[in-house]
Write a protein that binds this ligand. Structure first.
Ligand code: FAD
Length: 420
């Protein structure tokens, strides 16, 4: 049964939902106020990791002990603005609770693994269809640590990854030096995860995906969705203020802005912006051939089409609060310290900064599934730290739900009603 599907939001999740829905012979209209793949979207400036091994949720056992540090150090890798604490508190309590025990973390890891496994190949296929195959690399990613002891401090998380079937190669200081001579010598231990991939320009990738959807017949309306017209449990239209688009189905894929739309579709979802930053050094003198995460700073360095990018940081704040560019300066300084061949007197004219909002649920799992108000509306947001890698299978599952078919993976862990 072919349906007219309105996809709300043309970030990476909306773009792939649209492509997969078109494959199932549905008619698609995007509603998107910005440029697809543009700077307003988290999909534009992320670290570009197709890390199918990113199965550990952000909060784990003992994270609660670090909360005072989050509050006291506004420039730490994870920071919470004091003024925002009353608003963020209910989300934070759930966030800490979801990682309270190793059993809970393992359950989340299993659900994430189902969503992420094989993602690099799925993205490569999509990118090739979109004429953007050159943006995708499947040459693994690297985690670098100051010492083996730092890795051992994370042993529990890596143990869960191993249980999920993730494999890696350990690199001693000498092996790391041989493979990565450009890296500062304070890093003396590495893990190479071969199954992962990366994207050299996530914004351009999303733009190419949306162009592919349009070439296959999707329309795009430059506006913001504001709600739904639902009559007797049937979706009649998606609203944009006084305007509306008649349709038979809709997908909410508006990233961090999905919360009010989810509520109008009958689901109160605790969605929070985990804001992150990136810095790009244009025409860099040095940089990694394999994208790498500096484990002590939780930030990723990778070569992109625009230059050497470092992305990371978590700031719990309102999506529209003023950026704290000092956080991006930290990333710039970190890049300079990681790669000693970069010039110490780097001119600011060669540096670009960006702030984006991860759309994050407290349990580290996205919302994918039917809305409570009507099964004609499907939730597809809340991917937090793994939205780029997780978008490929999300799109497939959403299209299967739209067509009334059994999804290829069990969707119960992502049910938007789990927070009720
Ligand atoms: C610093 C940083 C690093 C990251 N690194 C990685 C990584 O390496 N790998 C990974 O997998 N993930 C990473 N992520 C997470 C990833 O970027 C996000 O999870 C993902 O981009 C979310 O995609 P999305 O399509 O849901 O949302 P978005 O990309 O934010 O897109 C949502 C779109 O909806 C539109 N929109 C908003 N409101 C409306 C409305 N009312 N009507 C219509 N349209 C609307 C917006 O304009 C936007 O274009 C990172 C994030 C950050 C911030």
């Amino acid at each position: 049964m072919s349906r007219h599907v309105v996809v709300i939001g043309a970030g990476v999740v909306g773009a792939i939902c649209a492509i997969e829905a078109l494959k199932e012979r549905h008619r698609v209209t995007f509603i998107e106020p910005g440029e697809p793949g543009g700077e307003q979207a988290a999909s534009y400036g992320n670290a570009g990791w197709f890390s199918s091994h990113s199965v550990i949720p952000p909060a784990g056992p003992g994270t609660w002990k670090k909360v005072p540090g989050f509050l006291l150090d506004p420039l730490g890798p994870l920071a919470i603005r004091w003024t925002y604490l009353p608003q963020a508190a209910p989300w934070l309590v759930r966030y800490l609770a979801s990682g309270w025990t190793a059993e809970r973390v393992t359950k989340t890891a299993r659900a994430l693994r189902a969503l992420l496994s094989d993602a690099p190949r799925l993205h490569q296929d999509l990118a090739q269809q979109a004429g953007a195959g050159h943006l995708i690399e499947r040459r693994g990613v690297l985690h670098v640590f100051p010492s083996r002891r730092h890795f051992e401090a994370e042993a529990a998380a890596w143990g869960i990854r191993r249980q999920m079937g993730v494999q890696w190669l350990e690199l001693s200081a000498d092996e790391l030096r041989r493979r990565k001579p450009e890296l500062d010598s304070r890093y003396a231990f590495g893990l190479f995860v071969e199954e992962a991939g990366s994207c050299r320009d996530p914004g351009a990738y999303v733009a190419a995906l949306v162009a592919l959807a349009r070439a296959r017949g999707a329309q795009i309306v430059r506006d913001s969705a504001t709600g739904f017209r639902i009559e007797s449990g049937t979706l009649k239209a998606v609203l944009m203020g006084a305007q509306e688009i008649p349709c038979e189905a809709a997908v909410i894929a508006a990233g961090v802005r999905s919360k009010p739309l989810a509520a109008l579709a009958g689901n109160r979802v605790p969605l929070q912006a985990e804001r992150g930053y990136h810095v790009v050094i244009e025409r860099p003198e040095a940089g990694p051939r394999t994208p790498m995460m500096a484990a002590d700073c939780k930030a990723v360095a990778s070569m992109t089409e625009a230059g050497l990018r470092m992305a990371g940081q978590v700031e719990i704040a309102a999506p529209d609060a003023a950026p704290n560019w000092q956080r991006a300066h930290i990333l710039r300084d970190l890049l300079l310290s990681l790669f000693p061949a970069l010039p110490r007197n780097l001119p600011e004219s060669r540096v670009r900064y960006w702030l984006g909002c991860r759309p994050s649920t407290p349990d580290g799992l996205p919302c994918i599934g039917f809305a409570s108000a009507t099964r004609d509306i499907i939730h597809a947001y809340g991917h937090g730290h793994v939205g780029l890698v997780g978008s490929a299978r999300t799109g497939r599952v959403v299209a299967q739900l739209l067509s009334g078919r059994e999804p290829e993976i069990p969707t119960a862990p992502y049910d938007p009603r789990r927070f009720a």
